[in-house]
Design a protein. Structure first.
Length: 192
């Protein structure tokens, strides 16, 4: 389904895989700019996405290029969420590079535009990424969350992720310090 042709009144987000996204030249052309806007706006508002200052367009383009290369190699999955024609979220996981960790992947970014919070976008993106991990044979999907991101912690726990560790006061944002929580979803337990 092409989100550009759906009504802006769509109650449910349209979640696209990387293949669906790249099969539409119009969406592909707008994706990096829209993703940059979401990430920059969220970081400006204090979101925990790995940046202290909003990323530049070039940083986001480089990041998305890296993810796209990993997707083509079978080492990543990318999902994009649309409400009508507007990109409102994105997320991806990347397989670990170390040879002994290759069966596993890390959900590195999940970002939902503030205007779309509470619409099920984060849940739909994460569920899609979990499905992609299963299809790719990922055994354990990991992620980390800044301790003040209680909404994300609740979401991940509701989808079956469990905490396996925590680093107290590890994340530094200026003078503020936050715990870093580590979560995992063991997909081996749900096979068979």
């Amino acid at each position: 389904m092409n989100p550009a042709t759906t009504s802006g009144a769509t109650a449910e987000p349209t979640i696209l895989t990387a293949a669906e996204l790249t099969s539409d030249q119009e969406l592909t052309g707008r994706f990096a700019g829209a993703a940059h806007q979401i990430l920059a706006d969220l970081v400006s508002a204090g979101a925990a996405l790995g940046w202290v200052e909003p990323p530049s367009r070039d940083e986001v383009a480089e990041l998305l290029g890296h993810v796209a290369s990993a997707v083509r190699a079978g080492d990543a999955a990318l999902r994009a969420a649309y409400l009508g024609p507007r990109l409102v979220g994105l997320g991806y996981w990347i397989r670990y590079a170390r040879p002994t960790h290759r069966p596993h992947a890390d959900l590195e970014k999940l970002a939902v535009a503030a205007a779309a919070h509470g619409r099920g976008v984060g849940r739909a993106l994460t569920a899609g990424l979990i499905d992609d991990a299963r299809a790719a044979g990922i055994e354990v999907l990991t992620l980390d969350v800044r301790g003040d991101n209680t909404g994300a912690l609740r979401l991940y726990q509701s989808l079956g992720f469990t905490e396996y560790g925590r680093l107290p006061a590890f994340v530094a944002v200026g003078e503020r310090r936050y715990d870093k929580f580590f979560h995992m979803l063991d997909l081996r337990l749900r096979r068979g």
